[in-house]
Design a protein around this ligand. Structure first.
Ligand SMILES: Nc1nc2c(c(=O)[nH]1)N[C@H]1C(S)=C(S)[C@@H](COP(=O)(O)OP(=O)(O)OC[C@H]3O[C@@H](n4cnc5c(N)ncnc54)[C@H](O)[C@@H]3O)O[C@H]1N2
Ligand code: MOO
Length: 419
């Protein structure tokens, strides 16, 4: 048996980021940025007001109070979007809206609430009374306060979240160079597979794996190139694999990789240079990986996951997520640490297989008292059995039970991988 780390490093060897493409920024969510992006515009792009009120010279209102208001003449109105065309001179003010450009001469804004003018829509007043002083710069957002032109905003290799995209828009970007998102083909093997919703014939079970893998791919910002069930001969499966390799960037199979008399993935790929290993983990022991060649000579990575649904789920997290992250343009360090890890306390005990690292689907609950560790409980009373698919959706973490442990006790502290 080989370790989880050794198998992962074999899976990742040779995998590299897909080619880049330029896309409109509205279509970049979840893609990985290919170039460092510096600010093209300052933020804010011009000095503007943080309040609805009046642009003033701070010195003019230094002595203002409720009892001795300062009277100013209002010389202009500056709604958001307008470019002011006159200066604020001593004894005057200009009405200004939040986000509107500060007129020349002014150095502070008096919010409307600190004047005799009621808030809301009104005719432009001829004069105002100011009830409180404002210091220079008060309620003014200066040009470049947030970032100056040229400041680094998002670096290459970053997965583009909504917030990252909005930052890039705010500094002047309308399109971005990103890595192409991985297109993945999913092939489930097994004579026993029934269509979702179909009443299974005796000895058959619903194919839940293709739905699981396709959904996990979408959750990982990938494109699902094709999904197929192949219950056929090794020759048919090999043809389907070659076909998938012609257009997909990664091929994932489920089932047919252990020690059975009909392990079709092993048979179909015999002589094709695919490596089958026993990985010291549970679930997910039998694994295969390698490059599969299409008829047109295109060679793409392939992951052969075991058929048991929980094994598929766990193997996807441990091996598919990292290689997908690499293909999508995240660096090796990010790809190998794709999940957050933390410590948690068990609330019940369970058995674990000695000699294999158990990755048990668990429900993690945050502690009520600040500083306490979160608690975990297996999502199924039978623990990490690889067929326990119907409770899988309750898992939000995988508990890591070390190879040398064969029994977990209540209140043990374990590392967990957050999902
Ligand atoms: N003699 C041995 N037998 C097994 C070993 C072993 O080392 N020696 N390993 C066991 C382990 S561990 C696993 S995991 C499984 C993996 O088997 P395969 O990858 O060959 O998968 P299958 O035999 O095709 O299926 C296993 C299981 O999963 C169900 N399955 C398969 N595909 C689907 C699907 N698309 N949707 C839902 N469920 C699926 C299938 O019906 C089987 O119950 O091998 C052990 N055996
Ligand atoms: O590796 Mo298997 O997934 O333990 O059942």
């Amino acid at each position: 048996m080989i370790t989880v780390e050794d198998h992962l490093s074999q899976v990742l060897t040779g995998a590299q980021a897909l080619p880049t493409e330029t896309r409109p920024i509205a279509d970049c969510h979840g893609f990985v940025l290919a170039t460092d992006c510096a600010a093209r515009l300052a933020v804010p792009p011009f000095t503007n007001s943080a309040m609805d009120g009046f642009a003033v010279i701070a010195d003019d209102v230094a002595a203002a109070s409720k009892d001795t208001p300062v009277q100013l003449r209002v010389t202009a109105d500056i709604p958001a979007g307008a470019a002011p065309d006159s200066e604020v001179v001593a004894g005057t003010a200009q009405r200004i809206m939040t986000g509107a450009m500060l007129p020349a001469g002014a150095n502070a804004v008096v919010p409307v609430e600190l004047t005799n003018i009621p808030a809301g829509p009104h005719e432009l007043p001829e004069t105002i009374e100011v009830y409180e002083p404002v210091t220079p710069g008060r309620h003014v957002r200066s040009i470049g306060d947030d970032v100056a032109v040229g400041a680094e905003i998002v670096t290459a290799g970053t997965r583009l979240s909504a917030a990252a995209l909005s930052s890039l828009v705010s500094v002047g970007y309308g399109e971005l160079e990103v890595y192409r998102r991985p297109r993945v083909a999913v092939l489930a093997t097994g004579e026993e597979l029934a269509e979702p919703g179909e009443t299974p014939a005796p000895g058959h079970i619903p194919d839940s794996n293709t739905t699981l893998v396709a959904g996990l791919l979408r959750e990982a910002d990938c494109e699902v190139a094709r999904v197929a069930r192949t219950g056929d001969t090794p020759a048919d499966l090999f043809a389907a694999l070659q076909d998938a390799a012609a257009s997909a960037d990664l091929v994932i199979t489920t089932g047919g990789v252990s020690a059975g008399a009909y392990d079709v993935v092993k048979e179909a790929t015999a002589g094709a240079g695919i490596t089958f290993s026993k990985v010291a983990m549970q679930p997910g022991k039998p694994q295969g990986h390698g490059l599969i060649e299409a008829a047109n000579g295109r060679r793409v990575p392939m992951l052969c996951l075991p058929g048991n649904p929980v094994s598929v789920f766990v193997s996807f997290q441990m091996f598919a997520r990292p290689i997908l992250a690499l293909l999508a343009g995240q660096g090796l360090a990010a790809a190998t640490h794709i999940h957050a890890r933390r410590m948690a306390t068990t609330t019940v005990g369970w058995k674990a297989p000695a000699g294999r690292r158990q990755l048990a689907p668990v429900r993690l609950t945050e502690a009520e008292r600040p500083g306490d560790l979160p608690t975990i409980i297996p999502t199924h009373r039978l623990g990490s059995g690889s067929h326990l698919v119907a409770s899988l959706h309750k898992a939000n973490a995988l508990a890591v039970v070390p190879e040398e442990t064969d029994e977990v006790a209540p209140w043990d502290v374990l590392e967990v991988i957050e999902l």
